[in-house]
Design a protein around this ligand. Structure first.
Ligand SMILES: Cc1cc2nc3c(=O)[nH]c(=O)nc-3n(C[C@H](O)[C@H](O)[C@H](O)COP(=O)(O)OP(=O)(O)OC[C@H]3O[C@@H](n4cnc5c(N)ncnc54)[C@H](O)[C@@H]3O)c2cc1C
Length: 378
């Protein structure tokens, strides 16, 4: 491929956040180069494993609701535009002790934003989904309009849009450095140096290493997910996507899709790692399978079947669990989006719009004040 050396915008990292940004900018007429270490969608970052949950009444904070509503609209648009399966409306069932702050925020977020949310007692949960066993002092929150996203399909769909709109995509090419020049930004790779008016850095678990001068408060974690052989009770559309807040730990999962088996992961925990040097095989630590089995034994004993598949994946956590989306403090032409803290995928579609607008106009229509980098300056 013959590449130019000057672009309006270069997007560094073409995963969940970078690929939609490249697609948005290409669709809006910008000259775009998108660069990735691998060939997205791929299995080395944070977006693989087939599915991601999307919830609207947001337990991490009601400030996210407007963004997630826009994201949901854009995912449906993407499905229509691409012809690929992007969203499955499985509903999401949240469960936890009646004093759970996460469930309380979920209920308050729903009330605040007039979102439909059904509140259920423990008996109602177990009656409706006989596969679930919960303690009497647990409650449930059911959102029927939400569900799951097919993550690799979503990135592929945005890649197709970017290419159809003449974006250039350079794969299998790690960016080695990003330097602010006099009038443009230089992006250095072993395949050449490229210049752009603006650079958007969406490098996931590698953001801290790539922008090492900023000493970003980020920690990548190794996380695991397993698929377990399960009876029909756990098959979509009968069984919803779900999460369970146990107080000191939180698990989440997805119904079996066409016999795939129940998918289960744990939100907290995992091993802090260097993204270039960590154990990628599931089962290396006994807790990989052990934690998941412990949950199944207690809450979904009928789904505690044979392990069908297990994978590892990466979270990149910020200290407060909120994202970091900002201009580089010393270089206004560099925009960064990272620290998605294990709950970013559902926002990928709207992040394309946010980051695309920041690159084109310097500002965005969306409220991103929660995500400023300066909140850590103390
Ligand atoms: C197991 C698991 C389950 C999850 N479940 C959910 C969920 O249910 N719902 C939800 O909303 N979120 C969920 N998440 C979180 C969500 O997937 C992440 O927040 C999101 O994928 C992060 O997107 P990203 O663009 O930052 O990273 P990525 O999608 O990994 O993209 C980063 C890209 O940058 C590239 N890159 C890195 N360094 C360089 C470099 N130097 N040069 C060029 N390219 C580079 C990488 O190759 C990669 O393609 C989950 C995550 C995991 C791991």
């Amino acid at each position: 491929m013959e590449l130019s050396s000057f672009y309006d915008v270069i997007v560094v990292g073409a995963g969940t956040m970078g690929m939609p940004t490249g697609a948005y900018l290409a669709e809006h007429g910008a000259r775009i180069l998108i660069i990735d270490t691998f060939d997205p969608p791929h299995h080395s970052g944070s977006h693989h494993g087939q599915t991601r949950m999307i919830r609207h009444a947001y337990g991490e904070g009601r400030q996210y609701v407007s963004l997630v509503k826009r994201a949901q609209f854009l995912w449906k648009e993407l499905e229509r535009q691409s012809g690929l399966k992007i969203f499955e409306q499985t509903g999401v069932l949240g469960q936890g002790h009646r004093s759970s702050p996460f469930l309380k925020e979920t209920v308050d977020a729903a009330k605040n934003h007039h979102l439909p949310l059904e509140e259920l007692s423990a008996d109602e949960i177990m009656e409706r989904w006989p596969g679930i066993t919960v303690a009497e002092d647990f409650i449930g929150c059911l959102e029927t309009g939400s569900g799951l996203l097919f993550s690799e399909n979503a990135i592929q769909a945005y890649k197709n849009i970017a290419l159809e709109n003449h974006a250039e995509i350079l794969t299998n090419t790690p960016v080695l450095d990003i330097k602010q020049g006099n009038s443009s930004v230089e992006v250095i790779t072993r395949n050449g140096t490229f210049n752009a008016g603006k650079v958007v850095v969406t490098a996931g678990a590698w953001a801290g290493k790539l922008l090492s001068d900023l000493q970003l408060p980020l920690q990548p974690y190794r996380k695991v997910v397993g698929w377990f052989e399960s009876p029909e009770l756990f098959e979509a559309p009968l069984f919803p996507s779900f999460y369970v807040d146990e107080g000191d730990r939180m698990f989440y999962g997805f119904p079996s899709l066409d016999g795939s088996g129940l998918k289960l992961g744990r939100t907290d925990g995992g091993q802090p790692i260097d993204p270039d040097n960590h154990v990628q095989n599931f089962g290396y630590y006994s807790s990989d399978e052990g934690d998941l089995r412990g949950f199944l034994h207690k809450f979904m004993p009928h789904a505690n079947g044979k392990l069908k598949t297990g994978i590892t994946c990466l979270y990149t956590k910020s200290p407060d669990g909120h994202f970091i989306i900002d201009h580089h403090p010393n270089h206004q032409n560099i925009i960064l989006a990272c620290g998605f803290s294990g709950h970013g995928f559902k926002f990928g579609s709207v992040m394309g719009e946010v980051l695309g607008q920041l690159a084109q106009n310097g500002t965005t229509d969306h409220d991103i004040s929660l995500f400023s980098l300066s909140r850590f300056e103390k």
